[in-house]
Design a protein around this ligand. Structure first.
Ligand code: AMP
Ligand code: ZN
Length: 473
């Protein structure tokens, strides 16, 4: 891995093109991923973003980088305040509940944990410091109601990420809420002066009594943990404007340095052509799907198997197909355990080289997972043919098993074989049968086998010894 040639190309929203990925520090990647707003359960549209980010991180790790991933938890905004008031709970207690639910969900989806999950409410001093710097250097101003706003007209680069034209900006007009449309590009709130609607949620700081705006949270926390300039910042495309545009404006105005080198955004998960979103009511939480008995790994597969920059519709048929795909992988892994033939060396080495090259080249090409998966399933089909023809030795089959397991370190979709243990009566019967066979007492051996069968346990004599499996019901 050379300093300037990682071989990995990533699509950068900032330049709207694929670029060679060159991290600031050799072999290391600092990555910030906008996390959930913990006011409710996350829906699987949100998990499309988190699964994409997990895939990106796993791929960089596969390529040998040490990745530091920071994912914030937005635990202070209009939505969390409203939610906690509705339930008459302190804000922290209310958001703790949904933060824990989020951690349970990501475990189920095999999303590897971020290095750190900073919470906005634990970083108020860092936000205050940043806002003060912006006031001092003239990018921020106090309004009549004591809130503090960012003056977008002061920052010449405003619009460079979302590509809105400065002429469209309405200088001086202000927006207090955190989310708004491009057409409403205006000065936005860094610090919101207290109003009665905030109830008991406020901080008494040098900036007055109030609370931070959403955008400043991510600027303060990302720079605290990753430095003033870092490698990659991710989120869904809905975050490009205003959230990430505002993060750039805040951070670069405060430090005078470039904030982020590569901006990466995933497209939306849709339902019947519309973005899956809480406010449209067209969403499924992970829990909704698990309660229907659906497999979390099939959901993970479905979310990651379409290229992250393409939209796609969530359907139950899609989920069924995803389940089929991971079963094909798991079945092959099982079959490989029992291989005991003679290897066609030339064929195997050709297949292995091909899948490693194709899978790698596809993933290096801006995480082209669809092409990577297609090459993996070609390999699976060919290996199944070799197993049918008994053309794999036990030893070589183990190597194939390893090859697939390495790919699964990136994909994270193959279920672990269940480590079932046998009930003691069955263990005794297996032993009894073994002893009878050694003594060539075939009658006792067969009777033990029948008894096991009645218990739903099937024995198989393989070259590696006796194997057992449960009879399919
Ligand atoms: P939020 O909790 O709303 O801040 O969203 C968390 C992450 O999910 C952000 O990166 C959003 O851009 C992303 N997101 C929200 N809805 C969708 C969707 N339907 N498809 C893909 N990503 C989404
Ligand atoms: Zn953010």
């Amino acid at each position: 891995m050379g300093k300037t040639a990682t071989g990995i190309r990533l699509f950068n929203t900032l330049t709207r093109q694929k670029e060679e990925f060159v991290p600031i520090e050799f072999g290391k990647v600092g990555m910030y991923t906008c996390g959930p707003t913990v006011y409710d359960y996350a829906h699987i549209g949100n998990f499309r973003a988190f699964v994409f980010e997990d895939l990106l991180k796993r791929w960089l790790e596969y390529r040998g980088f040490k990745v530091v991933q920071v994912m914030n938890l937005t635990d202070i905004d209009d939505k969390t305040i409203k939610g906690s008031q509705k339930q008459s709970k302190p804000l922290r207690e209310y958001t703790d509940f949904f933060a824990n639910a989020f951690f349970e969900d990501i475990r189920a989806l095999k999303i590897t944990p971020a290095t750190i999950y900073p919470r906005a409410t634990d970083h108020i001093p860092e936000m205050v410091k940043l806002i003060k710097a912006l006031l001092e250097n003239g990018y921020a101003y106090k309004s009549e109601d004591n809130s503090i706003y960012y003056a977008i007209s002061k920052f010449p680069g405003y619009g460079k990420l979302s590509h809105i034209k400065p002429a469209e900006l309405k200088a001086g007009a202000r927006v207090r809420q955190d989310e708004y449309a491009k057409e409403e590009a205006q000065d936005f709130a860094l610090w919101k002066a207290y109003t009665d609607e905030d109830g008991n949620v406020f901080w008494d700081t040098e900036l007055g009594k109030g609370r931070p705006g959403w955008h400043i949270e991510c600027s303060a926390m990302s720079m605290k943990y990753l430095g003033e300039t870092f490698d990659i910042h991710c989120g869904g495309v809905d975050n490009i404007f205003p959230h990430h545009e505002n993060e750039i404006a805040q951070s670069e105005a405060a430090t005078g340095k470039p904030f982020v080198l590569y901006w990466m955004h995933n497209e939306h998960l849709l339902v019947e052509g519309k973005k899956m979103a809480k406010r449209l009511g067209n969403f499924y939480t992970l829990r909704d799907l698990l309660q229907k008995g659906l497999d979390p790994l099939a959901i993970r597969y479905l979310l990651l198997s379409t290229h992250y920059r393409q939209q796609f519709n969530f359907t139950f048929e899609g989920l069924e197909a995803a389940k089929g795909a991971i079963e094909r992988l798991a079945n092959l892994q099982r079959r490989l355990q029992d291989a005991n033939g003679k290897t066609d060396e030339e064929k195997l080495s050709e297949l292995t080289q091909r899948v490693q090259t194709c899978f790698g080249a596809a993933m290096d090409d801006d995480l082209n997972v669809s092409v990577a998966l297609a090459s993996l399933f070609d390999f699976v089909r060919e290996i199944n043919y070799m197993l049918d023809a008994n053309a794999l030795s036990h030893e070589e089959a183990q190597k194939v098993y390893q090859t697939i397991s390495e790919f699964d370190k990136v994909l994270g979709v193959i279920p672990k074989p269940k480590e079932e243990s046998l009930p003691p009566e069955a263990q005794i019967l297996i032993q009894k049968r073994e002893e009878a066979r050694k003594a060539k007492d075939w009658k006792t051996a067969d009777a033990a086998r029948e008894e096991l069968k009645a218990m739903g346990i099937i024995l198989e004599d393989t070259a590696q010894g006796i194997r057992w499996k449960r009879e399919k019901t």
